[in-house]
Ligand binder design. Structure first.
Ligand code: SAH
Length: 216
């Protein structure tokens, strides 16, 4: 059974019930069909509020977590956003509705190609993808107004803090193992690149792996 518009509306209502209040975020999620991004064998679950497996042993995040992170990021129209962990491309597609440009980095070529196909199918033209190691960010395009990391790091990657604008915000899951991760909000301020860290929500993400994939 294919996913329907009705399922999508049901999901948006569920996100509202769970506390997502930002109407720009809810609208962006309404505009991006999640069924385009899920693996075909999971199509009937596309509008359930659950994470799903995608190619290369990775996952497309739970819609509530996508909405929560997007809301916490407080993205504005003129912002450029860096995402680490393109995966299916769903989170980047949601962000693309809310800002000027999204730069997104993925380790797996197969996932990058699929994500590019999804963006093209939906006519999304303000997302740039590259294959690389998210731990080092994307220096040529830095600094960024916002950074979102969609894989869990054992500690805050220094290069990403460096590539955040003063006044900028990063949302990143931090934790050594799957059962002890927390979504952290990093706000950078002041002349000496000081920043504050605030824990927002317990989460469960695949790990942010160091280095590039040898072959994919
Ligand atoms: N944002 C994605 C979900 C990503 S799952 C979505 O909306 O579907 C996390 C992704 O991070 C995986 O695809 C994984 O391959 C990628 N990843 C892990 N470590 C990475 C690294 N060091 N650099 C870039 N991508 C990485």
């Amino acid at each position: 059974m294919a996913a329907s518009a009705q399922d999508q509306i049901g999901l948006i209502m569920q996100l509202r019930r769970r506390g997502i209040r930002d109407t720009r975020v809810l609208r962006a999620m309404e505009l991006v069909p999640r069924d385009v991004f899920v693996e075909p064998s999971f199509l009937k679950h596309a509008y359930q509020d659950i994470a799903l497996p995608i190619e290369c042993g990775q996952t497309i995040s739970q819609p509530y977590v996508v909405a929560f992170m997007t809301e916490a990021l407080e993205v504005a129209d003129h912002h450029t956003v860096l995402e680490i962990g393109t995966g299916s491309g769903y989170q980047a597609a949601v962000l693309s509705q809310l800002c000027r440009h999204v730069y997104t980095i993925e380790r797996y070529r197969e996932l990058q190609k699929l994500a590019d196909d999804h963006f093209e199918a939906l006519g999304i033209d303000n997302v740039s993808t590259i294959i690389g190691d998210g731990w080092i960010g994307w220096p040529p395009q830095a600094p960024f107004d916002r950074i979102i990391v969609t894989a869990a790091a054992p500690e805050l990657p220094e290069a990403l803090v460096d590539q955040l604008k003063v006044g900028g915000r990063m949302i990143i899951p931090i934790g050594e193992n799957r059962d002890s991760q927390s979504l952290v909000q990093v706000d950078k301020f002041g002349e000496d690149d000081e920043f504050t860290e605030r824990s927002l929500l317990p989460v469960r993400f695949v790990p942010l792996v160091k280095g590039r994939v040898k072959r994919s």
